[in-house]
Design a protein around this ligand. Sequence first.
Ligand code: PMV
Length: 325
Amino acid sequence: MKATAKAHTNIALIKYWGKRNERLILPTNSSLSLTLDGFYTTTSVAFHEEFLVDSFMLNDVPVTGEAFNRVTLFLDLLRNLSGKANLFAEVKSTNEVPTAAGFASSASGFAALAAASSRAIGLELSDEELSRLTRQGSGSACRSIYGGFVEWEMGTRSDGLDSHAISVAPASHWDVRVAAVVLSATEKKVSSRAGMKRTVETSPFYQGWLDSIPTDLREIKAAINAKDFEKTGSIAEANCLKMHATTLGANPPFTYWHDTTLRVMQTVQEMRSNGIPAYFTIDAGPNVKVLYLPENEERVKERLQEVPGVNSVTLSKPGPGVTYL
Ligand code: PMV
């Protein structure tokens, strides 16, 4: 009862920001992302009747505490689904999400864990079922089941059966590149989980964010379909700014940005004034992701590396969905 799966991380162009059910991880808005080739997690899961507890090794180091608890809680879902309540697992993961690239590994991590553990325990799940299951480990991870451009449909049901990702366009549809810009000072003070919760509960700007999502989603899907880079990039950049604006209205207010974050944002806008189409997006942290087209790769990388306070710039292409090894 063993299986190995590989899943890639994703970057949201329309952000998931807020939960309507924290236990089931049901979002308050639909979101859309691009799966990235450069950053992935490979996970092997073996269930055995002789195991008395679960174990979890990450990059050959045993994991304990909160990270281990999240994995065991996720395996409980599988034990319940398969009716094999007393079966424990040995989980071994390798992260090819360089910390230097500044991506949280939870998206690729939970997508690979869901795929490998469901196979290992004998469940034959469709991509949609797998995405729904993955969602309960980490919200944004449900999009990493698919490659390329992916939408997470928020759903309206209270049991979450209609909240899962779907493919918008495969990676082969359009070669949009992403530069992951990591700043020298990167400690994250407010987790995405806590940041969303505080914003939903206290920010007067939150309703404005929600009201703007259906239009952003409709327009970005049309732009992706038409391979309109300027439209896609400007919608993504504006959506990111709106998400971050909600945190300034929270009580107490907070922001994920550092001074270097602003400097990178300004550099991207300057590149555009100089005729290089590039757009930024930022998740729940100070690092910046920059969208650009392959023909501008050298110039974009060079400009970003020159910004004072930037530690590294890692480039990626669109990537595939979950695969089994
Ligand atoms: O799935 P989480 O809890 O890591 O939250 C992700 C939140 C954002 O990265 C800010 C947006 C997104 O859609 O990925």
